[in-house]
Design a binder for this molecule. Structure first.
Ligand code: DQA
Length: 137
């Protein structure tokens, strides 16, 4: 089973960025634990702050992976282009968020891409990624 995690803008700052909202653990250490916990899953991880690079990644893997776990960060709320890319590929995408976007500002309540995703997991901290992974297993 081949699963790709894609993190969008500012998620490279996890651990340092607004720890009251996003926690104090960096993504790399969490990802290492995930790899150790799920040795039978071919997991890979990609992060970019650039909208077009996220789209290129979706195109590259979107016809040969079994699942994509996508936290598009703020692009979730703005990007028609990422939503179109998800609609255009074959691999199912689960949208994840660390924070509960519905408990935050109004502009975070709308996702451009949700309707093109298999499901959404929001508000469980880094565990959101693990729950998304489990949904594919
Ligand atoms: C986020 C929520 C988004 O609204 C925000 O822009 C992010 C992170 C989350 O994981 O909670 O960058 O996707």
């Amino acid at each position: 089973m081949k699963i790709q995690i894609i993190n969008g803008p500012n998620l490279n700052l996890l651990g340092k960025r607004e720890p009251g909202i996003y926690g104090s653990e960096g993504f790399e250490s969490f990802y290492k634990q995930l790899l150790a916990q799920y040795p039978n899953v071919e997991l890979s991880y990609y992060q970019s702050n650039v909208e077009g690079e996220i789209i290129n990644k979706l195109h590259e893997i979107g016809f040969n992976y079994d699942g994509i776990i996508l936290n598009a960060g703020a692009y979730t709320h703005t990007s028609v282009a990422i939503a179109d890319a998800i609609a255009g590929i074959k691999t199912p995408v689960v949208e994840v968020h660390i924070s509960n976007v519905y408990a935050r500002e109004e502009f975070r309540h709308h996702s451009m891409m949700a309707k093109n995703c298999k499901g959404i997991i929001t508000g469980f901290g880094l565990m959101s990624y693990e729950l998304a992974l489990k949904s594919f297993l």
